[in-house]
Design a protein around this ligand. Structure first.
Ligand code: MOS
Length: 724
């Protein structure tokens, strides 16, 4: 099915099941530990692999002696770049997943020791003797900044509207400030883990992966085998946050290890290896210039961002939202990319907008103060209904103003003192902050297969993943709504490359796109069922486990009496997303308390108001958003990969040193979804919401800290040493 015109009324709009706050159907399995994660898959006769990681950041291996390791008890084989044969390069990796002799980053995988037990593999891994010729690397973005180059790719080009420099210089009220965001790590609960098993030419990987089809393709490309010979299975995933979008070293090494050992092989990355071996969100340096009239109308807005990555990598696209969020006739954005020898940078938790808004939304707060204007009002008067660069291009939906207004009301914004340092509760300085939230809405084609059996059970199969987001539940809701059955009459099977290729989980496109694919398959199933029952599908009503036309009602299961009825379809998109700008909007409000003597910050209250199309399951969506808000607090106050500038690695590479907040750190978190449908996004009329939840949060916290203390911190995280 091709989605080319705005959605009209369709069976989803009944909202008997879709749009209802529904418990996650996988919840009991998750909370009782019975949902099998990749490493827990039962693989009889499996051996254990332990990864050996490079001890330098840049240079070459001059010798690697594995003989002692090979003789160690229980060892079956040792895989290195020398023994692995020729490996290709996948589409989604910058650094090689198995390094050597060249070393591209610290903790790059250089060998896999396979043994009968995990302990034997780990013990033998210590016996691999490696000598290096260490070279000097570049690890400091501030230092490399001046040599940074324009990144490739059309979306990454410099953008210009009107005369930014002239208008900025002529503006009576101006802000010109630099902001920095540090390197950050996904730090998901479940480490990267894979079990690989070969059967002849075919390899199966039980793995933790967000994007089954991308990674299936990259396994094939890297190993130089046909994609048909690769199967990926990833039914339950313990968090991804972008870290599991791509094929990673443990999966490749499990496949290579299993081939060499001729046994299934299990590999999990040890926690202290995850921070340097895998990808991370790259640090940024951002310069923001905004010029306004005395009445507070933005006349010029400029956003520049510098980030770094390994050669061949990409930028952190922190300027994207600044093209679209506020009005203003004169504009510019610019990104520059430096080559750094740190571990590979890549997507994490709303890449682009999340760190971009960390800077932009402090800048907006600073300029509002210069204007002596309320920061909510300042944002509202600079709203735009069109893409400021292409003025004939409207937003499909844009209710930023309503998010800001209703949020301010609900939060009690009027109680905020515009002057910093004026509100106090005993030893605590109290402050309130606001920020706009913005994240683009992407749609991805997505396929599904649906099957009706003789008992009236509808089974959905798609390679969509559930990374803790609620995919199982919203897909079941979609099928139940479309086929007129209850939720317990739907079975959802996900995360297997034997199923039709879905949108996968990334870029907050998964919920809307994958359910749209299920919708398309269900439209076909309705037609097939109606035909079997001799009814006209266009007139048929599917409800209460029956199909009705006029006065006639036939049980749905009757259609499958002669055998299962199966339908498969793919939802594809035309150019609606070109004609309209599709984005999601929100407003974050935060109240903090800062200890006047120690500088310790506590977040007391948070409110997010989101406008993100139809909310398919308000309960699951709220969980997504409060999780994202908590991560935003991490970005604001805690998360910081500290670089060792001599060794070129992240020092705090475990959860003791890399701290993240949890829900219990924040007493009150509230989420309001505006009642919205977006007929441009898909027949579901839904949009992404998970990543919107983090966008803007950190700036709202930083602005609240400023309001509490009068100390403006422009370098994240806002730690107490910067306040004293
Ligand atoms: Mo997301 S950072 O695209 O998983």
């Amino acid at each position: 099915m091709k989605f080319t015109t705005p959605a009209t009324t369709n069976p989803i709009d009944q909202l008997k099941v879709v749009g209802r706050a529904t418990d996650r159907i996988d919840g009991p399995m998750k909370t009782t530990g019975t949902a099998p994660y990749a490493y827990e898959h039962q693989a009889p006769n499996a051996a254990y692999g332990y990864v050996v990681h490079a001890g330098i950041a840049k240079g070459r291996i001059t010798s690697m002696d594995v003989s002692e390791a090979k003789r160690a008890p229980g060892v079956l084989t040792v895989v290195t770049a020398d023994t692995a044969g020729k490996l290709g390069k996948g589409n989604f990796n910058t650094a090689k997943l198995l390094g050597g002799p060249e070393i591209q980053h610290y903790h790059q995988a250089i060998a896999l020791v396979v043994a009968e037990t995990f302990e034997q593999a780990r013990s033998a891994a210590q016996l691999v003797r490696v000598k290096y010729d260490q070279q000097k690397g570049a690890y400091d973005l501030a230092h490399a900044k001046d040599g940074a180059k324009p990144p490739s790719g059309d979306d990454n080009k410099d953008s210009k509207v009107g005369d930014f420099a002239g208008a900025f210089a002529a503006s009576p009220v101006r802000l010109d400030a630099n902001y920095t965001t540090p390197d950050q790590s996904h730090a998901m609960m479940e480490p990267h883990a894979t079990i690989a098993a070969w059967e002849g030419e075919k390899v199966t990987l039980w793995t933790a992966n967000q994007m089954i089809d991308w990674s299936r393709g990259d396994v094939a490309k890297t190993l130089g085998i046909a994609k048909e010979n690769v199967r990926l299975v990833s039914p339950y995933i313990g968090g991804g946050f972008g870290g599991k979008l791509f094929l990673r070293s443990e999966a490749l090494l499990a496949a290579l290890g299993a081939k060499a050992a001729q046994r299934p092989v299990k590999v999990a990355l040890a926690r202290p290896m995850m921070f340097n071996n895998t990808t991370h969100r790259p640090a940024t340096i951002q310069r923001i210039r905004i010029g306004a009239t005395r009445e507070g109308k933005i006349s010029a807005i400029g956003h520049e961002s510098w980030s770094g990555d390994l050669a061949g990598g990409g930028p952190e696209t922190a300027v994207l939202q600044s093209k679209l969020l506020y009005a203003g006739p004169n504009r510019m954005t610019k990104m520059r990319l430096a080559v750094l020898d740190l571990p590979e940078g890549n997507a994490m938790r709303a890449p682009g907008e999340a760190p971009g808004l960390m800077a932009l939304e402090i800048a907006m707060d600073e300029l509002a103060e210069k204007l002596k204007m309320d920061p909510v009002t300042f944002r509202i008067i600079n709203d735009t209904t069109v893409d400021p660069a292409k003025r004939d291009r409207k937003f499909s939906q844009r209710r930023l103003v309503e998010c800001l207004r209703s949020g301010a009301d609900k939060f009690g914004w009027s109680k905020r003192s515009p002057q910093p340092g004026k509100m106090r509760d005993g030893r605590w300085l109290i402050g309130m902050g606001v920020a706009a939230a913005f994240r683009n809405n992407l749609v991805q084609k997505s396929a599904a297969r649906v099957r009706l059996d003789g008992k009236g059970i509808v089974t959905v199969e798609t390679d969509m993943t559930d990374i803790g987001t609620g995919s199982y539940t919203i897909i079941a809701q979609t099928a139940a709504e479309m086929m007129g059955v209850t939720l317990d009459q739907v079975v959802v099977k996900l995360g297997d490359s034997d199923f039709p290729v879905s949108a996968g989980s990334g870029g907050q496109w998964g919920g809307n796109s994958s359910t749209a694919g299920v919708y398309a398959a269900c439209v076909k199933l309705r037609e097939a069922v109606a035909q079997k029952l001799g009814l006209n599908a266009a007139e048929a009503e599917f409800a209460g486990g029956a199909v009705r036309v006029g006065g006639k009602s036939i049980a749905l299961r009757k259609a499958a009496e002669g055998g299962d009825v199966v339908a498969e379809d793919l939802m594809e998109y035309g150019d609606l997303d070109k004609k309209f700008q599709q984005s999601t909007f929100g407003a974050h409000f935060v109240e903090v308390a800062v200890d006047a003597y120690t500088g310790e910050t506590r977040v007391r209250r948070m409110l997010a108001v989101c406008a993100a199309g139809r909310i398919l399951n308000p309960k699951a969506a709220r969980s997504q958003v409060i999780g994202a808000m908590t991560m935003g607090v991490g970005a604001a106050l805690m998360e910081d990969l500290v670089i060792d500038h001599r060794g070129g690695f992240f020092v705090n590479h475990d959860l003791a040193g890399y701290e993240v907040p949890v829900h219990a750190d924040i007493p009150h978190q509230e989420v309001v979804f505006l009642d919205e449908t977006d007929p441009i996004s898909s027949p579901m009329k839904a949009k992404g919401v998970g990543e919107l939840g983090i966008c803007g949060v950190a700036a709202a916290v930083a602005n609240a800290v400023y309001n509490a203390t009068g100390v403006r911190v422009r370098d994240y995280p806002v730690t107490l040493d910067k306040l004293l």
